[in-house]
Design a protein around this ligand. Sequence first.
Ligand SMILES: [Zn+2]
Length: 190
Amino acid sequence: MSEVDRKKRMVEIIHNYDENQAADAIYEKFIKLLEWVIFDITRCLLKTVEPKQGHWISSNEKDYDESLDYCFNCASKKVAEFNKKSKTKKYMVDGGWENHDSDYEAYCEECKCLLNYWPTEECAINIVEDFEAVEEITNEMSDDYLYSLNVVCGAAEDFENQGLRNRIAKICIKFLQWYSLYGKKKSASQ
Ligand SMILES: [Zn+2]
């Protein structure tokens, strides 16, 4: 959904708020708004952070399957190395798509930089578990951590697992508690 559409729907939901609605319907809207609001806040906090596009290495070798993620620089270096060693097989840099679906949080295998990704439910569950494991977020929240929350909130609307949506709502509230105490400091450091 585009940012404009999302904003329009946010306003619509708030304007059409009806206290006589069934509690379930209110809860559903509340969860959606919460996800969107946290998506916006985390994106603002990450405005200077630019995750790189994920790449991988493919080859003309039959059954070659190295499913590791790299940034473009590291993938290019690896490909050059591999091609130097091999006379018969050819390796090339593949991928480079924006926000590709991922079952895990994506980092470059070599330099460990953050890559952009869009979480599947499986990936979101892992991220949610990380947040749940922390009693209260009091220390500096890393950009990688913020980014994982940002993409989970962005993707959450498509998740069919209602239990997962409820857990995301809980970590959003946990994040808001952190934000009310440390958000200003984090904003200033950007
Ligand atoms: Zn790298």
